[in-house]
Design a protein around this ligand. Structure first.
Ligand code: GDP
Length: 431
């Protein structure tokens, strides 16, 4: 059975949690392929709310094996806390249902400390990271001084590697930032304890997925954040420190391109962005405020208010291209009810040039002025709509235009957070 990839097409927060949940029914494996404990999704169970940031959302389904693949950076303390949080809700996790690759790099205490002090040092130029040590852990991976989960299972090796890393980290902490040095002993004590609990979860995830695919199992590869936050394909430097794009799923999991036949792009019916960086269709006036209020646009992990704006078809086309999207999953269409007209950005103007495609350099994107087309709005509340045919005609026209501009057909449209608020389109909605 071929695998499917789910990827955000904008700046994250597109509603991937809902989309994954919708698709998970048919899945045997749900695999996280990048990022760390910065991809919040909220779970409601037994009247309690639990925020998971690392464990894939498939964990709530007894028929699914949740997999954390090589490209994810894991803070073992956070992973175990999430397992304990689930257990406290009565969701005991059988180790065979939550598996982690031994190749995952670990977030270490000095990553958290260094990120905190460097962000403070950068002042107003700080990136505004989530300060979970994710960026520094990826940097060490590239520098080949990272520690991986497999290193936990040989205390001698763990100590040796830590001694080498700490020699340099402590120079930076003490001499550059005037902080106290970090001692290897304390880290080893904690991490050896984590090792005991993690051991039953650690498997060869590449082999597991490969064999699953051969046995006809359904595999969903789930990206965190979104295409425009991709380290290579996003709006660098206002990006995350890993690669959310679909192509990276293959490298992370360790399967070839021919194993995938479906790439679903999660696309909010408008756009949002957290923190700094260009957002050409941002509406800083009352309509943007209204989008934020109706869409409850506050971060799950940080609680930060998201910047809001109109649907950007240039970005959508770009995401379709760099991910090889086969279909769109449009979320939050219901949020657009009550606007007299809706703007859709079809191109950018930068200097004397027009760009229908994402501009090839950062300065052009910073200067990009959106070229808008206005479409008729609708007043009806869409939360109760259960089929495409029942959507008001302007809403159908809006979706038609979105898929024409993006060049990818829409597979599903979401009109509310609940699972039944998902409308399936057969062969796109154009007909
Ligand atoms: P994610 O990280 O990509 O899952 O995105 P968010 O953290 O922003 O989560 C999306 C939020 O929007 C969640 O609270 C969902 O319950 C909610 N949501 C998802 N789809 C829809 C929808 O179609 N309409 C509305 N009104 N809310 C939705």
């Amino acid at each position: 059975m071929p695998a499917s990839i789910v990827v955000g097409t904008q700046w994250g927060d597109e509603g991937k949690g809902k989309a994954t949940d919708y698709l998970a029914d048919r899945m045997d494996f749900v695999v996280r392929y990048q990022g760390g404990n910065n991809a919040g999704h909220t779970i409601l169970a037994e009247g309690h709310t639990l925020k998971l940031q690392l464990i894939p959302s498939g964990i709530l389904y007894p028929h699914i094996t949740s997999v954390i693949a090589d490209g994810v950076v894991v803070d073992p303390r956070v992973l175990l806390e999430e397992v304990d949080g689930l257990a406290a809700l009565g969701i005991a996790i059988d180790p065979s249902r939550l598996v982690v690759s031994g190749n995952c790099h670990m977030i270490m205490p000095y990553h958290l400390e260094l990120e905190k002090v460097t962000e403070r040092f950068l002042g107003k130029n700080a990136l505004g990271t989530t300060k979970r040590g994710i960026g520094p852990a990826y940097a060490d991976k590239a520098a080949r001084i990272g520690l991986r989960i497999q290193d936990l299972f040989d205390e001698k090796i763990l100590r040796q590697k830590l001694d080498v890393v700490l020699k340099e980290k402590n120079q930076v902490l003490t001499r550059v930032y005037g902080r106290l040095p970090i001692t290897a002993g304390l880290i080893v004590d904690d991490y050896v304890r984590y090792a005991e609990r993690l051991r039953p979860h650690v498997v060869d995830t590449s082999k597991l997925i490969h064999e699953g695919l051969r046995a006809g199992k359904n595999v969903l590869l789930e990206g965190a954040q979104g295409t425009m936050l991709d380290l290579d394909k996003g709006t660098y430097p206002f990006v995350t420190s890993s690669n959310p794009v679909a192509g990276y799923a293959l490298a992370s999991v360790g399967i070839g391109p021919r194993e995938v036949d479906r790439v679903v792009g999660i696309t909010k019916a408008y756009v949002t962005r957290v923190g700094a960086g260009p957002l050409p269709t941002e509406d800083t006036g009352s309509e943007g405020e209204r989008l934020g209020a109706r869409g409850r646009e506050f971060g799950t992990v940080t609680g930060r208010k998201r910047r809001c704006g109109w649907f950007d078809a240039v970005i959508a086309r770009y995401a379709a291209r760099v991910n090889g999207l086969t279909e769109l999953f449009v979320t939050k269409l219901d949020v657009l009810s009550g606007f007299e007209t809706l703007k859709v950005c079809t191109a950018y103007r930068a200097g004397d040039e027009m760009f229908e495609e994402f501009p090839p350099n950062q300065s052009l994107f910073h200067d990009a002025e959106p070229v808008y087309e206005e479409l008729e709005g609708w007043d009806e509340d869409l939360g109760r709509v259960r089929s495409f045919g029942d959507l008001p005609s302007p809403a159908r026209k809006y979706l038609d235009r979105l898929q024409d501009l993006a060049g990818v057909s829409i597979g599903v449209v979401s009109v509310g957070p609940a699972r039944e608020q998902s409308l399936t389109a057969k062969g796109g909605i154009a007909q």
